[in-house]
Design a protein around this ligand. Structure first.
Ligand code: NAG
Ligand code: NAG
Ligand code: NAG
Ligand code: NAG
Length: 623
């Protein structure tokens, strides 16, 4: 009798909340063949299996000859949907009815199907396929369903069946890329959960999830990629029952906040009231941890509490909870103050806010199922499993802002590996414009060693601005020969390439040496001997004269010497002051010494004809 009453009361609580708005989360289904069905349709994401948030999947549709509702194992019919190597994956089309959606998915998965499409059997708006409500051990397979499952409308299902019976090939692409909003570089998510650990497989899988996801969640939170908030559902006791024994044992603050009895039996174990208080403590713990800048401690607390204070061992108590809180170094007094007095006849602001948050806002429906995960204000559909949830979180980041963990191999495929994603690249310099993202790839010119490359990212990228020549020589031609290096990139130009003097060409692929002698561009004086070199030329003047490259002219060595004498006049004065006598004695020797000095100094300013190799010229051309 008692149990029945408990369940009736429970149902009553739910129906108080009965105007619940439930939002069917959808993904899109694109038919690529046959032509008659080509279009994009909506389908509803099932509440089990692993939807590929952020991804797409292409397959060929099959409608089984027997077991059309997939309520039995396909082994019994000797049917397999395993695709052969190189073949398309099989999407299995089955009919609604006769058994749980989840068993259809399980049977389809076991037969090798890659996804299951359940065709509705009535004309109605799309519904969410949920897991069986019963907590029955024969449903342990639920956790093992990994194929994505979707519900399609009766109309589309009929269309598919017609096309297949006509022998047409039906190819379908399931697309979850837009199933979650992804507006910016931070994902906000909420987990609606419960501290109750005695509600059977559902509670166990909740706790398993918290334990396995904790590490990832904490890293993401720590680095600011996510903002997580835990939530707890409570119900209130209808006025007429406030003084009843049931309400007293299930509720706190005089019927204002209640939770169902953990074992659904009032006479034994813990009461709903204990669960509400513990839930409240968890919200308060989050609040205090968040205020101290460490919101991620919630994950530690919940995981540790479930291990150290289980109901089964009769440790679901305040004392045990306090031990865990102390071990995390959190302020116990603040948490106690937040929890307040459960017997007081007044509102608790924290729980009142939790009740208000239960009501759906914008794109999110009311929260009625536990556990519920809400990502970017959309309810997550699918299995509560580390990999699946991480995938969904990753799908909530704006393109190219996702954390590295989203780009690891087991989470997504790197589109840049194949054909460089169709983006620009410079293989020799190992620079690419392909940027792998969770949802696909982007072609954007990269920043290399602090230098920004600009261009369309597909066909063209080039370095720009200061230091641009440091990056792959600004994409310009460059060549070295015999210890000389010439480049078509100069920092003086902010973009583009230009062959250096002595060369001619596009500056990107090639610059060809100009033969100054043949083209009569220099060294054309009557007695001059012209010899072309790579990037330059040598010219020697007849009659022992010097070649002045700047003026393309020859001058006599004598005048050069006189000019240099005046140029170094003060040095001579200095030398003269050291001793006039010495001057006379050493005049001849000094003169000859100076002559060679001057030649060396001049060589730095202008090339001298009979010097075999001119180091300063090489240096000027070098970059
Ligand atoms: C569990 O469900 C199966 C059918 O799916 C049913 O035959 C069985 O009696 C149920 N067991 C319990 C304990 O409810
Ligand atoms: C589900 O998977 C677990 C672990 O992989 C396995 O132990 C269990 O037997 C599976 N359950 C069913 C019904 O296949
Ligand atoms: C947690 O802290 C952040 C920043 O301090 C704040 O924006 C956020 O609203 C807080 N969350 C809750 C549930 O108090
Ligand atoms: C190219 O660069 C990437 C990372 O920048 C590196 O992992 C890869 O090994 C490089 N490849 C070659 C051929 O240098």
């Amino acid at each position: 009798m008692r149990v029945v009453f408990s369940i009736a009361l429970w149902v009553f609580f739910l129906s108080v909340n009965g105007l619940a708005k439930f939002v069917v989360e959808k993904n899109s289904l694109k038919v690529t063949s046959p032509d008659s069905l080509k279009d994009v349709y909506e389908c509803a994401i099932g509440n089990f299996g692993v939807p590929m948030y952020g991804g797409t999947m292409v397959g060929m549709l099959t409608y089984p000859k027997a077991n059309k509702k997939a309520c039995k194992s396909f082994d019994d019919f000797d049917i397999s949907f395993k695709s052969k190597p190189g073949g398309f994956p099989t999407f299995l089309l089955v009919d609604r009815g006769d058994c749980y959606f989840a068993s259809k998915a399980w049977n389809a998965q076991n037969a090798g199907a890659a996804a299951i499409l359940v065709a509705d059997d009535r004309i109605e708006p799309l519904i969410t396929m949920d897991t069986p409500e019963e907590e029955n051990l024969s449903f342990s397979y639920l956790q093992n369903i990994t194929v994505p499952s979707v519900l399609i409308s009766k109309g589309l299902g009929d269309g598919f069946k017609r096309a297949l019976s006509n022998g047409e090939m039906v190819t379908v692409s399931l697309d979850w890329r837009e199933s979650l909003p992804h507006p910016d570089e931070r994902v906000e998510y909420e987990l609606w959960t419960n501290s109750n650990d005695e509600c059977g497989p559902k509670c166990e899988s909740q706790i398993e999830f918290v334990k396995s996801f904790r590490g990832v969640a904490q890293i993401l939170e720590h680095k600011g990629f996510t903002q997580f908030t835990p939530h707890y559902i409570t119900w209130y006791c209808p006025d007429a029952y406030i003084l009843s024994k049931q309400c007293k044992s299930q509720c706190i603050n005089r019927g204002r906040y209640c939770a169902p009895d953990p074992e659904q039996d009032f006479s034994r174990g813990y009461d709903g009231r204990d669960v509400v208080i513990q839930n409240l403590r968890q919200v308060c713990l989050f609040k205090v941890a968040n205020e101290s800048g460490k919101p991620w401690l919630w994950w530690d607390y919940v995981a540790d509490f479930s291990i150290r204070c289980p109901m089964k061992e009769k440790k679901y108590t305040k004392e045990c909870a306090d031990d865990v809180i102390r071990s995390l170094g959190l302020d116990l007094k603040k948490i106690d103050a937040c929890v307040g007095d459960p017997d007081a006849d007044r509102e608790n602001p924290i729980l009142r806010a939790e009740q208000a948050a239960q009501i759906g806002k914008d794109s999110r429906g009311d929260v009625t199922i536990l556990p519920t995960l809400v990502i970017n204000n959309r309810q997550y559909r699918g299995k509560l499993d580390k990999g699946a949830v991480l995938k969904a979180l990753c799908a909530g980041f704006q393109e190219a802002t996702e954390p590295a963990i989203c780009l690891s191999e087991d989470i997504e495929t790197n589109e840049c590996l194949e054909n460089n994603g169709g983006c620009w690249q410079d293989k020799a310099a190992n620079i690419t414009a392909c940027k792998d993202t969770f949802r696909g790839r982007l072609c954007v010119c990269p920043v290399v060693e602090g230098v920004k490359l600009v261009g369309d990212g597909y066909k063209h990228c080039e370095a720009s601005g200061l230091r641009r020549c440091e990056i792959n020589n600004g994409g310009c031609w460059r060549e070295a020969r015999d210890g000389r290096m010439y480049s078509a990139c100069t920092d003086a130009m902010t973009s583009g390439c230009k062959c250096p003097p002595g060369f001619r060409g596009d500056g990107v692929n090639s610059c060809k040496d100009i033969d100054e002698c043949k083209e009569k561009l220099a060294c054309q004086c009557p007695d001059c001997k012209c010899r072309n070199t790579w990037g330059s030329y040598d010219c020697s003047c007849g009659g022992g004269r010097l070649y002045i490259r700047e003026h393309d002219a020859c001058i006599s060595k004598k005048s050069t010497a006189e000019f240099s004498w005046s140029f170094l006049w003060f040095i001579v004065l200095g030398l003269a002051s050291t001793g006039a006598g010495g001057y006379a004695v050493y005049k001849y020797r000094i003169r000859s010494y100076m002559d060679s000095e001057i030649r060396a100094i001049m060589a730095q300013y202008m090339p001298l004809d009979n010097q075999a190799e001119n180091p300063s010229r090489v240096r000027l051309a070098e970059i």
